[in-house]
Design a protein around this ligand. Structure first.
Ligand SMILES: [Zn+2]
Length: 132
């Protein structure tokens, strides 16, 4: 049970500390996009409210937080999972980032998790543009 919990929390901030793949959602902007992975179901006895989004997920669900351009960075492992989602066709692969800057989540920040993430994604995007 505890392990499932960690898994789900890992998805909330998923993959941002490692090399990753930049994805763009074709329509969603600035917010959560839930990507269910039905090939990775959770046993019913572990179904409980998700600490990240307060929904009950019956299978592994990637919590992608897209910025105002619909961009999100995911790890290679998360990308593989997302390719098994029925909603995968809503995404396009934009590029690969070998060493993205770490994501800092500050529990004492006045900003929400989503706002912190959006702010850092904006900064991250400027870094990418600035390097080219
Ligand atoms: Zn959730």
């Amino acid at each position: 049970m505890a392990r499932q919990h960690q898994h789900r929390m890992a998805d909330v901030t998923g993959g941002l500390r490692m090399a990753g793949i930049m994805l763009r959602h074709k329509t969603a902007r600035s917010g959560f996009v839930f990507v269910p992975i039905p090939t990775k179901p959770f046993p019913p006895e572990t179904w409980e409210e998700c600490p990240g989004c307060h929904q009950v997920h019956q299978c592994k669900t990637v919590h992608a937080i897209v910025n105002d351009s619909g961009l999100v960075m995911v790890s290679a492992g998360v990308l593989e999972d997302m390719k098994h989602s029925p909603t995968w066709d809503e995404w396009e692969v934009v590029g690969e980032e070998k060493e993205p800057p770490p994501l800092h989540i500050d529990g004492k920040s006045s900003l929400s998790l989503l706002e912190q993430r959006q702010k850092q994604d904006q900064e991250h995007r400027r870094l990418i543009i600035g390097r080219r």
